[in-house]
Design a protein around this ligand. Structure first.
Ligand code: KG4
Ligand code: ZN
Length: 326
């Protein structure tokens, strides 16, 4: 049995987790900074970094308590080294390196995007590569092939906005609060996507683009102007959500056709979306086994970082805010 202590501070969630054998969550404590950033309508990097530093000590203590683990029992420290906000990453890596030195333990730097895929292995401990992954977060909409542990090949990505970013911007246009994605999801449940349809973006190959859809929503809102009813708002939220979700799944469907594989993972913050969860299951059908992590493992958390760290070949902890899948 091996215990990994994970630390995640790449954006606006502070999280500390303890994971056994890279697969079983013993503790996964998450502190969301929503209240810190709400009044600004988005994440303020300096405030985020400071809050991570304030929250980490107590989260660490509670995570060890919850898992009933002492520092001496920990075999490995795993910390997010990128991609993310540089000041936020520095806090996590600094604290993790301090602990590794004080406890005399090995430490590994983890790619946050890999973490999102490994979240699926916490949900299903028997899941093994090869797999096809759709990772949809605030900054990424990537289709990846994972032939084996520690290896990812990007086969599709977005040309402009990420899906989460598109949801957040659309939510702001619709007058919903921060964070926008979950609010838009809730409003869309009350609407009918057919009443005020929006175009479904469709580029050739496996590429995504969401900026045109955003502009289409802007024009639709402008046309409606003052006369917009609550029903219109809900219908537009539903139409926007449907266009994003169908576009994401169209490419997943194509990738699965082109290179059949037995396992499919849909993960990242946007994988918490109600319609995406429902439609992904229908689109994948019986061609492959689909795993979508439960909601708390879709959005940012340290358990997924510990899980990836337990398998990662990369041992460096150098912060790299613009890290890709490499
Ligand atoms: O993976 P994540 O927690 O953080 C990043 O690594 O970026 O993803 C955050 C993104 C945000 O854009 C948020 O609005 C979106 O995930 N999101 C959702 C939902 N829950 C979170 N988007 C649509 N529907 C949701 N239910
Ligand atoms: Zn993330």
């Amino acid at each position: 049995m091996s215990l990994t202590l994970g630390i995640e501070t790449s954006c606006d969630e502070t999280s500390v987790a303890v994971v056994e054998d890279g697969r079983r969550v013993l503790a996964n404590l998450i502190h969301s900074q929503v209240d810190v950033h709400k009044e600004f309508g988005g994440v303020v990097p300096e405030l985020a970094a400071r809050d991570h530093l304030e929250r980490l000590p107590s989260l660490l203590e509670r995570a060890l308590d919850t898992a009933a683990v002492r520092p001496a029992d920990v075999d490995l420290l795993a910390v997010t080294r990128g991609p993310g906000l540089v000041g936020c990453l520095l806090v996590g890596v600094g604290v993790a390196e301090g602990l590794a030195a004080a406890w005399n333990k090995p430490i590994t730097g983890v790619n946050h995007l890999w973490g999102h895929v490994y979240a699926a292995m916490l949900a299903r401990p028997d899941l093994e590569p090869p797999l096809l992954g759709l990772v949809v977060s605030g900054a990424h909409s990537d289709l990846v092939r994972m032939p084996r542990h520690g290896r990812f090949e990007v086969i599709g990505r977005t040309r402009d906005d990420a899906a989460g970013e598109a949801f957040d911007k659309a939510a702001r246009m619709l007058g919903l609060g921060f964070p926008g994605g979950p609010a838009l999801d809730r409003l869309a449940r009350k609407g009918d996507p057919r009443r005020r349809p929006l175009p479904k973006p469709s580029l050739a190959g496996l590429e995504y683009s969401f900026s045109g859809l955003k502009t289409a929503l802007l024009y639709r809102l402008r046309d409606l102007g003052e006369g917009m009813t609550e029903e219109d708002r809900a219908d537009l939220a539903a139409a926007f959500e449907q266009s994003v979700v169908e576009s994401l799944l169209e490419k997943l469907d194509r990738a699965l056709d082109e290179t059949p594989v037995g396992e499919v993972v849909v993960a990242g913050g946007v994988a918490a979306n109600t319609l995406l969860r429902k439609r992904a299951a229908e689109v994948v059908g019986d061609r492959a086994r689909l795993t979508m992590p439960p909601l708390e493992l879709c959005t940012d958390n340290a358990a997924m970082i510990a899980a990836a760290g337990a398998y990662a070949a990369v041992r460096a902890t150098d912060v790299d805010p613009s890290l890709g899948w490499e």
